[in-house]
Each structure stands twice: as structure tokens, then as C-alpha cells.
Design a protein around this ligand. Sequence first.
Ligand code: PGA
Length: 255
Amino acid sequence: MNKALRKAVIAGNWKMNMTPSQAKALIEEMKPLVKDADCDVVLCVPYVDVFAAMEAAEGSNIKIGVENCHWAESGAFTGEISSVMLKEIGVPYVIIGHSERRQYFGETDVTVQKRVRAALDNGLKVILCVGEYLEQREQGITSEVVRMQTKIALGGVSEAELENIIIAYEPVWAIGTGKTATAEQANEVNAEIRKCVGELYGKTAADKLTVQYGGSMNAKNADELLAQEDVDGGLIGGASLKAADFSVIVKAASK
Ligand code: PGA
């Protein structure tokens, strides 16, 4: 099975939650629960939590990431953080193109592509988010939407660099709504994304790519979603804020 070619990655996306002291406490609670994971475990946290999170996670199998980064190295971009800064402090992962960035902060496929480029140039591993709105699914254009988002974001990314990319399929209608895509829907779109990547880079590269599902994945539905051939992990919002729930998902990915 091709699934065996790829490492499962369970990544938490804390969004705008947790102060540094709360971050420390949550990671301390999580550490013993996820220590035997047979998958990669990542927590993407607000920028201000990075130091507390890295300190708390030190010596454990939990890796820390952030939720965005700018494309420029430095400059007049008030409120932004560059990948050069993240590199210096040793943050290994960054989420790029999350639908909340696209929806509320004017992120476009083109700015996503620029951010991906900068992150790769600075040695970061990118969790690239793609996904359709409910209206797009109803119009039957899910595949076109995720293909376009994927192709634009990967513009200029080499086959060697693809090893530092994880793609997270996150249907926008399933994020934070409690409405999960069915395991079949998740698998179908994940497979479509892999096919698209295969057209760009060849089957061998595509077979090695980790494609996560995200959108109301939780302790109850993780088993079924993660058992799908093309679902290689999850990007977890709400359930990553609770140590017990998150660890159940990590265990489901470790089977
Ligand atoms: P959710 O968020 O698990 O709370 O739906 C997922 C995400 O936005 O990455």
C-alpha cells in the first residue's frame, strides 16, 4: 500500500487561542500522552507562544510550528513575521494558506505562493492548506478549486523541495462547524490532490507526499478518517486544545 510510503503527521492548529502560560501547561499535559506516537506530532501556535511552547516541548516528540509567515525577509509590513525570523529562532513548521487567512485577511492564491516560496527558502516545513467553500462543493467544482489552489501554491517549487511540503485538505464548510467531511469525501479529495501533484512531479513524488485532512476531526471520527488510503494525518483545530482528545487522534494515526 502506498500509504506505507508516507509518514502520518498530526498537527494542531491552535489559531488565536492560548496564552504562553496556558501553552506551557497544555504541552506539559500532552507530552506523556503522545510520547509513543508512531506519527509526527506538531503544534502550530500563536507567535507569542513560540518560546514557551518550544521550551515545554524540548526533549519530547512534539514539534512546534506557527500559523503563517510573510514572504519578504524584512521591511515595512506592520504586524507581520518573516520566515527569516522563524528560521533564526528554530521554528520548524509553518501553516500557509489557511482558509481563515484567505477568508478574513485577504490571502490569495498568489500571496500563498509567495509565502510558500519564502518559507522553503528558509528551510521551514510548510503545511499548505487548500479547500473549497460549500457553494463550490454544491456547484461540483471542488476538484477544480483544490487543483488550482495546489498548482498556484506550488508554482516554482522543485521536486526536492516538495519533501518539505505537507498539504492539508480542509473543506471550509467543515472547519469549526462540527460538520466533518465523510471519510469517503475526505479520501476522494485527498486522492485528487495527490493526482494533481503527480501530474506536476510524477507519481513517485506524489506517493511520498503527506496529505492531511482537516475540518472538525476529533477523537470520535479520527479513526475512520485516518484509515483512508489517501488521508495521511490531520490538521486539528478545536480538538488540539484538549490534551485527551488530541492524544486520541495521535493514537489513531499511529495504528
Ligand atoms: P477544526 O479546525 O478542527 O476546529 O475544524 C481545523 C483547522 O482549521 O485547521
